[in-house]
Design a protein around this ligand. Structure first.
Ligand code: FES
Ligand code: FE2
Length: 434
């Protein structure tokens, strides 16, 4: 039998209760108090470059569309007809002059305003009619755009987007600054990878520095050995090997990468050094960057080589390789992870090819590294269904942290700081009643 929900009792400073990952009632409350309250990444504004372009996605359990109106503004609207509730958009993306409901033919412009109600005179004397608010599509409470990244919050009140991002805004900055034109563009399609596990396993894992050399041993170390044997240890390695090899770097390498943790559960691993910092240079790119920024600033931009940044709870990014992964929870044991590639505007094609290669090799469901992780999460999901021990450990280097910028803290890479920080934010969101 499910015990009553007392969320505060499920998070300790050094451990969390297994129910966080297995209890459907907790999942429902997470959707309500975290995903339908916090700033959630909706999409990149380059997905809707022209007036009328739309993209259909979800915020928690809510179906929404991100749409660029005729006035050029990007809005996030609930995907629901105000008449009797039918979803207005059924496909994922496209361009519309207007949205026409398939049921009774109400029509809305791309800013969500009602334009047509068939036989409107039947509503005379009622609150329904063109120009009356309850005949328009509903907009979500707040929308923010940070350097092209569009977030929305369903809560009327709360911190402004930039203040909420705090210390991880610089990870987005670095990804954008790597473009000679200072702009990114979503390119190609999206990998949608359904995980048979709770969403929090994925979000934790990105800053889990104790797993790569174990979980990815069979893929990364094998690739490294095959390449060493075929090409010799000192040869310049093909990009695929450059990408795969560092996953089996030593414990001390990952320890030295370090961790940063910030308010609201955000954080990143890696700094100047990460699994991305030893990639070969691309001289044509360096020339364009020097022209755009000058040599000193270019070096400063290149010196930021973070591993994973988590914008808690839903957006994770890799600035150094221009990929993002977005978490869309579906059920307590089902999570959709979307993987996107961003093009650095004005950069040579080689950069884009490297990002696509990274996504193919690491993030896709039919390749090497991502499936290693997905299997680990699946086994956690199954293991935590047993009643062996209720508590999941986050003890490593507890209390051994030092203050960082933006009210954050920093620790060595193998610390459990990132997890403790995420669960402190989790408890805060979950305990705040509506
Ligand atoms: S439900 Fe949309 S017009 Fe009736
Ligand atoms: Fe991993």
């Amino acid at each position: 039998m499910t015990e009553p929900l007392d969320v505060a009792s499920l998070v300790r400073p050094d451990s969390v209760h297994r129910r966080l990952y297995t209890d459907p009632a907790i999942f429902d409350l997470e959707m309500q108090r975290i995903f339908e309250r916090a700033w959630i990444f909706v999409g990149h504004d380059s997905q809707v470059p022209e007036a009328g372009d739309y993209y259909h996605t979800t915020i928690g359990r809510q179906s929404v569309i991100m749409v660029r109106g005729a006035d050029g503004q990007v809005r996030v609207l609930y995907n629901r007809c105000p008449h009797k509730g039918a979803q207005l958009v059924g496909d994922t993306s496209g361009n519309a002059r207007h949205f026409r409901c398939l049921y009774h033919g109400w029509v809305f412009d791309t800013e969500g305003r009602n334009k047509v109600i068939p036989l409107e005179k039947g509503y005379d004397g009622s609150p329904i009619g063109k120009g009356k608010p309850c005949a328009d599509m509903d907009a979500v409470a707040r929308v923010g755009n940070y350097r092209g990244f569009v977030f929305a919050s369903l809560a009327k009140d709360g911190p402004a987007l930039e203040a909420w991002l705090g210390g991880v805004a610089s990870s987005i900055d670095n990804m954008v600054d790597r473009s000679p034109e200072g702009a990114l563009e979503v390119t190609g399609g999206v990998f949608r990878y359904l995980h048979d596990s709770n969403w929090k396993f994925f979000v934790e894992n990105l800053n889990d520095m104790m797993h790569p050399m174990v979980t990815h041993n069979s893929s990364s170390l094998t690739a490294r050995r095959v390449a060493d044997k075929a090409l010799g240890k000192d040869a310049r390695m093909p990009s695929a090997i450059e990408i795969l090899s560092p996953f089996t770097n030593s414990y001390s390498f990952f320890d030295e990468m370090g961790l940063h943790a910030y308010p609201y559960g955000h954080g990143y691993s890696g700094g100047q050094v990460s699994i991305h910092s030893a990639y070969s240079g691309i001289p044509a790119y360096d020339a364009l960057m020097t022209e755009a920024y000058g040599e000193e600033r270019m070096k400063e931009i290149y010196s930021v080589n973070r591993h994973n940044t988590v914008v808690y709870p839903s957006l994770t990014l890799k600035g150094a390789i221009q990929t993002i992964r977005v978490v869309r929870p579906i059920a307590v044991d089902k999570t959709l992870v979307e993987s996107w590639v961003l093009r650095l505007k004005g950069a040579p094609e080689e950069l884009l090819q490297r990002s696509i290669l990274y996504c193919n090799l690491i993030n896709s469901s039919f390749n090497l590294v991502g499936p290693d992780d997905a299997e680990a999460y699946r086994r956690q999901q199954l293991g935590l269904m047993t009643e062996a021990n209720d508590w999941v450990s986050m003890h490593r280097y507890l209390g051994q942290e030092t203050p960082a910028d933006h009210g954050g803290r920093t620790a060595i890479g193998s610390s459990d700081l990132a997890f403790r920080n995420q669960y402190a934010a989790w408890a805060q969101y979950m305990s705040a009643e509506d």
